[in-house]
Design a protein around this ligand. Structure first.
Ligand code: ADP
Ligand code: MG
Length: 817
């Protein structure tokens, strides 16, 4: 499979089709001036020569050296977008794609019709687009439509060091696409750009690039950064520590911007609010000393009125406080509301006890995270109002994707929010964990861009010593069934041979392939491994959800179930739709309020679960009921607050429903499904159909209640046996099926808290198992199997069944009820 057509050796003969034109760009003088200061500009000749001579080029340089903003411009000026092809740039983060396209358009004095972006939900690409910034996922989808990417003359893979799964796969794919294009006489270039980290993963990988591509290093002027470690490492309230450290810097240290690293949006907002309160700053005022004295009382006055306002329960879209906060509690509470998933922000709204509000030291506080609106993001690049110090409170996006000017101090919490995947349940969660040494050093580097700086690490040097050296490539930390399906859809049947920059474990690849075969997405092998994709698999690959859920969508067109399947899948894909009411209460008052809200939510859950037939759909019926009821009420904040739903989750479900509906319509236009906000509850026969569809998708998550005579010890009482786990799993008390305890259930995931609890439980009729999940069953006569319905040690369900079986394809077999 290796190609002779890559690497520096072959490309040195100039092809006639190489662009030799120079397109002039009318930049505004101030833009031109700013550009000239960027280190990458000194390397323009070297870079462009390497690109002309080679199909693959690796460019690495310190963050902020100008790679992302300048290299597309070099290519544009060299005529790479003047023929039929355009320049494509991929970013792992949406925020970077949007922000960089705006920046480059502005620098080049061109409209966003020419320098555009495309991300999952939106874009401004036109037929005039010459430079297109996009997320890596968007380009991967385009490869599915046109493997040769004929629209592009150059692809830049930016931020390759982040090692996002899609970036890795794109590099692997492009290492094959580029030689193919060259062979066809449609030359194409690939430029991989990365911070100065571990480029060897790309360059020294012979499977990827048989001849090592040239590596161009951009030396950036970097000023020394003094690193200060904490003596102790706060384990609990690190946002509080971040806040106090930032206050101290602002009070005691000379001018210079502060950049704070936290892990998530909720934390960012919490710290921003506390800082704004401690150092009130009124927009539009210039803060010279004289001015401040004169207006001191004015500031005090506005401060008091502000705190008056803010002591009323205040609701805004991004973070809302559903519970009134007791004065004095806020500091303590501010520390515990930071996990993603619980977006319940308890505002610390009164003056901070330790940090007295000090309007004489204006601090211009700005949040920065990936889902922030673009206008808000753009603010960090503008100089702060005269006399005020800039303080940006950011998540990981400020580590390498965006460079904020004028930063002299960095406050690093040392943590990062990462996706974790459970190998057993295969379901992901977000957890805050320590970052890597490489990332911590990147963060520190942000302080030394314009002058010597300081980095305050809120952890000890011993803890730093224990950090891993580099962050692992994402691909090694997650199950890969969705990737395997995408690749099979590209007709890459031997996924093991794919030139991954880091190959996932063989175990993970085999597990993925097995799951896909059992879902019917791949043809059954005679040749083991490398099964080709089935027509069902092609349909599934076009749905932007994991294969288990994609299977449900593919089956959903029967009995008009599709709108329900779409709603349920959307709700299952969003992490937690119910408000988290299980946290400990701070005061008696609060605990009684919490109890009230819990009771209300429980009541609503019962209502949504319904009676009789629909109850058996279980927790998925509750999801469906919640979505249906919320949409019926217009999906308002009020409805969500009253009924214990997370407003943001409901908005995301709404967006996903639209997206999934479009995807289904483009796969099978004859279905003509649409999003109905006044959707009626499913009929009884639709509920039965839905339960079977759910079983067909979640079949590998089947659990069987342990029967009386099998009770080995008391822990198995009311326990369920699953094929993969040795320990019993249980139905959670909050589940709709807690009292029913059906004989067979499927579950969405297993979560370990005090016990191993199944989440998203739905009841299964025993006779469906052998018919819908033949692949998981051993068949024998009843006489051979004295104890039916036992999970054997091989993880299969033993069934006695004499009827004919069906393979699960597009249609559910007719099952008699
Ligand atoms: P790299 O990709 O090498 O990390 P960039 O091209 O992103 O570097 O950034 C180069 C410079 O452009 C940085 O100094 C950064 O501050 C500046 N910059 C980037 N985006 C903007 C913007 N929207 N407004 C103002 N300056 C920006
Ligand atoms: Mg960059």
């Amino acid at each position: 499979e290796t190609s002779e057509e890559s690497g520096p050796a072959q490309a040195s003969s100039k092809k006639p089709s190489e662009p030799a034109i120079f397109i002039s760009v009318d930049r505004l003088p101030e833009m031109q001036e700013a550009r000239l200061r960027l280190p990458v500009l000194a390397e323009e000749q070297v870079i462009m020569e390497a690109v002309r001579e080679n199909s693959f080029v690796v460019l690495c340089g310190e963050t902020g050296s100008g790679k992302t903003t300048q290299v597309p411009q070099f290519l544009y000026e060299a005529g790479y977008a003047s023929g039929t092809g355009i320049i494509g740039v991929t970013e792992p983060r949406r925020v970077a794609a949007v922000s960089m396209s705006h920046r480059v358009a502005k620098e080049m004095n061109l409209s966003t019709r020419v320098v555009s972006y495309q991300i999952r939900y939106e874009g401004n690409v036109t037929c005039d687009t010459k430079i297109k910034f996009m997320t890596d996922g968007v380009l991967l989808k385009e490869i599915q439509k046109d493997f040769l990417l004929q629209r592009y003359s150059v692809i830049i893979i930016d931020e390759a060091h982040e090692r996002s799964v899609y970036t890795d796969i794109l590099i692997g794919l492009l290492s094959r696409i580029v030689p193919l294009r060259n062979k066809k006489g449609l030359p194409m270039k690939l430029i991989v750009m990365s911070a100065t980290l571990r480029v060897e993963d790309f360059t020294e990988n012979r499977k990827l690039f048989p001849t090592p591509p040239p590596v161009i290093k951009v030396e950036a002027r970097q000023f020394p950064v003094s690193v200060h470690f904490n003596k102790r490492t706060p384990l609990e309230d690190y946002t509080g520590e971040v806040f106090h450290k930032t206050c101290k810097i602002h009070r005691m240290l000379p001018p210079g911007g502060i950049l704070v690293f936290l892990t998530g949006q909720a934390e960012v907002h919490s710290v921003c609010r506390r800082l704004r309160r401690a150092f009130p700053f009124k927009r539009g005022n210039t803060a010279s000393g004289m001015f401040l004295k004169k207006y001191y009382y004015y500031y005090l006055f506005t401060f008091f009125t502000q705190s008056l306002h803010s002591s009323l329960p205040r609701i805004d879209l991004d973070n809302y406080s559903a519970l009134p906060v007791d004065e004095g509690d806020e500091d303590r509470l501010a520390g515990i509301d930071d996990e993603e998933g619980s977006d319940l922000e308890l505002g610390d709204d009164a003056a901070d006890t330790e940090e007295k509000a000090d309007p004489s030291l204006p601090l211009y506080v700005l949040p920065l995270y990936s889902l922030l609106a673009p206008e808000q993001q753009a603010k960090v690049f503008r100089p702060p109002p005269h006399g005020a110090r800039l303080c940006v409170v950011a998540t990981n996006v400020a580590e390498t994707s965006l460079t904020i000017p004028g930063i002299k101090y960095v406050v690093d919490c040392g943590r990062v929010k990462k996706r974790f995947y459970d190998r057993v349940t295969g379901v992901s969660s977000f957890k805050v964990s320590w970052t890597s040494q490489a990332s911590a050093n990147q963060r520190a580097g942000r302080a030394g861009r314009t002058e010597p700086g300081h980095c305050y690490r809120l952890y000890s040097s011993a803890v730093f010593g224990d950090f891993s050296l580099f962050s692992e490539a994402e691909i090694t930390r997650r199950p890969v069934e969705d990737l395997v399906l995408q690749m099979k859809d590209l007709n890459i049947d031997k996924v093991v041979n794919f030139p991954f920059p880091t190959t996932p474990s063989a175990e993970a690849l085999v597990a993925a392939e097995q799951l896909l075969v059992s879902l019917g997405a791949l043809e059954e092998p005679p040749p083991r491994l490398s099964c080709p994709i089935s027509p069902l698999g092609r349909a599934m690959a076009s749905f932007p959800v994991s294969p288990r859920y994609a299977k449900m969508l593919a089956l959903g067109k029967q009995q008009d179930c599709l709108p329900y399947v779409i709603a349920v899948v959307a709700a299952m894909t969003v992490r937690e739709i119910f408000e988290d009411l299980d946290r400990p209460a701070g005061s008696e008052d609060e605990s009684s309020k919490l109890a009230q809200r819990r009771a209300r939510l429980a009541q609503m859950r019962r209502l949504w679960a319904g009676q009789g037939a629909s109850l058996l759909l279980g927790d998925l019926m509750v999801l469906l009921g919640a979505v249906g009821a919320c949409e019926f009420a217009g999906c308002t904040l009020k409805f969500c607050e009253e009924n214990g739903l997370r407003y943001k989750a409901m908005l995301e479900i709404r967006r996903l429903r639209g997206q999934l509906t479009n995807a289904v319509n483009s796969v099978c236009p004859e279905v003509g499904v649409f999003v109905d906000c006044k959707m009626a509850p499913p009929t009884e026969s639709q509920v039965v159909c839905l339960r079977q569809i759910v079983l067909a998708g979640l079949g590998d998550h089947l659990a069987r209640r342990v029967q009386q005579e099998e009770l080995l010890d008391s822990k198995w009482r009311n326990g369920y046996k699953t094929p993969l786990l040795d320990e019993p799993v249980y139905i959670h008390p909050s589940s709709a099926l807690f009292k029913t305890l059906p004989q067979f259930v499927v579950y969405q995931e297993v979560l370990e808290t005090t016990k191993m609890y199944m989440r998203g439980v739905s009841a299964v009729e025993p006779e469906w198992v052998p018919q819908l999940l033949t692949q998981y069953c051993h068949f024998g006569s009843p006489l051979e199997t004295p104890s039916p319905w036992l999970c054997s040690s091989t993880g299969r369900v033993k069934c006695h069944c004499t009827s004919t079986f069906f393979r699960c394809g597009w249609q559910l077999p007719a099952i008699e009820m």
